[in-house]
Design a binder for this molecule. Structure first.
Ligand SMILES: [Zn+2]
Ligand SMILES: [Zn+2]
Length: 134
């Protein structure tokens, strides 16, 4: 379900995002339970502790996405705009306009754009000898 959950984030409208996460919650049949296992303080589990790992991951993913949508807002789920990057993220920036998953992706895109600009500047329309002085 995790890849499908990620794929669903490509849907752009708020209604689509909410509908998709509601579908995931229904499929996961998330059943929250407060646990104190291993001497830990009370905390939430979204599936029975004895359920198989796939069921637990489905329930936890669906619940986590639902909490982001309902808590932070549906526009705070993003997918990195860098070519070749499939990372999804929760946008916790003040303005909520994050485009890339990380500074590394932002830098990669900036460097590629800079190289493209530089290349087009050093290749004059008349031919390769255009950069020398007379
Ligand atoms: Zn636990
Ligand atoms: Zn990225």
């Amino acid at each position: 379900m995790v890849p499908e959950a990620v794929g669903g984030l490509r849907r752009t409208t708020t209604a689509d995002r909410i509908g998709h996460v509601n579908e995931l919650l229904a499929q996961a049949a998330a059943r929250p339970v407060i646990s104190t296992h291993d001497g830990q303080p009370p905390h939430l589990h979204y599936a029975d502790e004895n359920a198989d790992v796939v069921t637990r991951v489905q329930a936890t993913t669906a619940a986590g996405l639902a909490m982001v949508l309902a808590g932070a807002g549906p526009d705070r789920l993003g997918r990195c705009a860098a070519p070749g990057c499939r990372t999804v993220f929760v946008d916790v920036s003040r303005g909520g306009r994050r485009t890339y998953c990380s500074p590394a992706c932002a830098t990669r895109v900036d460097v590629a754009a800079h190289r493209t600009r530089s290349r087009s500047r050093t290749l004059p329309a008349g031919g390769p000898e255009g950069t020398g002085s007379p």
